[in-house]
Design a protein around this ligand. Sequence first.
Ligand code: 5GP
Length: 192
Amino acid sequence: MNFLEEKIVKEGIVKEGNVLKVDSFLNHQMDIDLFNEMGKEWKKRFEGKNITKILTIEASGIGIACITAQHFGVPVVFAKKSKSINLEGDMYTAEVESFTHKNKNQVIVSKKFLNESDHVLLIDDFLANGCALQGLIQIVHAAGATVEGIGIAVEKGFQTGGRIIRNLGYQLESLAIVEAMDWETGNITFRQ
Ligand code: 5GP
């Protein structure tokens, strides 16, 4: 088991409905040393890639993206969630369905902060069905920028997102891939 898998086994709580709760180190309280290890690991895995910007989505992606950005020496942009459907002006928008909240949000990024010269590393906390990532990919493409890679903390490998994103040809580096989890026993198994 790697450092993140060990932390998940120690502190993660499996909830009914395929939700893994990791509030004690990722989604509420944040373990900065752990984020730093994650950043270091992604830096290794994306070695040689010309990355100019990290793009994430509010709220839980922001902390991870910021610590990771220190390893890449690049700025972080986070997509904002807005419930309004009347967005206008100089922004890129995409519609994202939330796995945890079961609602739809418009996510927006100002055109000021992403353009065709950018080579983007996407970072997020979880990958489930891939809606959040597909929204971010859509925004990068709308800007004429390039997706250089995708770093995910926890991929739920039994949901469809990972397969969809890898089939699209992106380098997707998930630091822990949960193969199965059982809310009744609390058991979690990881992909080797
Ligand atoms: P997707 O768009 O891939 O279906 O879901 C990804 C988003 O949903 C992540 O950004 C994360 O915020 C949230 N999410 C999905 N599954 C889980 C989960 O099991 N636990 C937690 N804490 N968040 C999740």
